[in-house]
Ligand binder design. Structure first.
Ligand code: ZN
Ligand code: ZN
Ligand code: ZN
Length: 165
C-alpha cells in the first residue's frame, strides 16, 4: 500500500516547523525559477505567512501581519500575491474557512482533498486518485462531468483525539 497520495500529513505538535517552512520556500523558489516566474518579496513574504503553521490563515490576518513591517501593504497587492500563489499551486484556499494553507507538494496535478481538524485547526492534504475517480464515476451516472471539486472534511486529528477534544 503506497501512501503517495498523502501530500501533507498531520504533524505532531512537537515537529520542527522551521523545516516545513524552509522546504516550502525553497520549493517555491526553485519552481518559480523553472517556470520563469518572479517570486517577488511580497509574494515570498505572503507565502511565508501562510506557512506560519499548518493552520489555514485568513487574508486579513496576512494583511495585519504585513502591517508591522511595511506600514501599509495595500490589500489589492496582497490579494494579487495570494492569487499568484494559488495559481502556481503553492497555497490552497480552504473554502469552508475562507482561509489559505500551504501546499504539501506544489505542482501536483489534481485538486487536493483536505482533512481539517476542528481541535487544532491543522489541515492535512491528500491527492487520492481513488476518491477522484469514485466521484467522477458517480457523477457520470447522473450524466454529470466533474470539472473541479473541492473536498473538505471536518474532524479530529490523532493528537486532538488523544487530548479528548
Ligand atoms: Zn510544520
Ligand atoms: Zn496541494
Ligand atoms: Zn488536531
Amino acid at each position: 500500500m503506497s501512501n503517495s497520495y498523502i501530500l501533507s500529513p498531520f504533524k505532531s505538535s512537537s515537529h520542527t516547523h522551521a523545516h516545513c517552512l524552509g522546504s516550502a520556500l525553497s520549493k517555491a523558489e526553485s519552481t518559480c525559477a523553472e517556470r520563469g516566474l518572479r517570486l517577488t518579496r511580497l509574494r515570498r513574504r505572503v507565502l511565508e505567512l501562510v506557512w506560519g503553521s499548518h493552520e489555514p490563515v485568513k487574508a486579513y490576518d496576512i494583511l495585519d501581519s504585513l502591517h508591522d513591517n511595511s506600514r501599509r501593504a495595500a490589500p489589492p497587492t496582497v490579494y494579487r500575491a495570494l492569487d499568484f500563489l494559488r495559481q502556481e499551486g503553492f497555497v490552497h484556499k480552504i473554502e469552508s474557512l475562507n482561509a489559505y494553507v500551504g501546499c504539501g507538494e506544489p505542482g501536483h496535478s489534481n485538486a487536493g482533498q483536505f482533512l481539517i481538524c476542528s481541535g487544532c485547526s491543522a489541515v492535512a492534504e491528500l491527492d487520492d486518485v481513488d476518491i477522484i475517480n469514485m466521484i467522477a464515476s458517480k457523477a457520470r451516472q447522473l450524466g454529470f462531468v466533474v470539472q473541479d471539486h473541492t473536498i473538505e472534511v471536518q474532524g479530529l486529528c490523532a493528537e486532538c483525539q488523544e487530548k479528548g477534544l
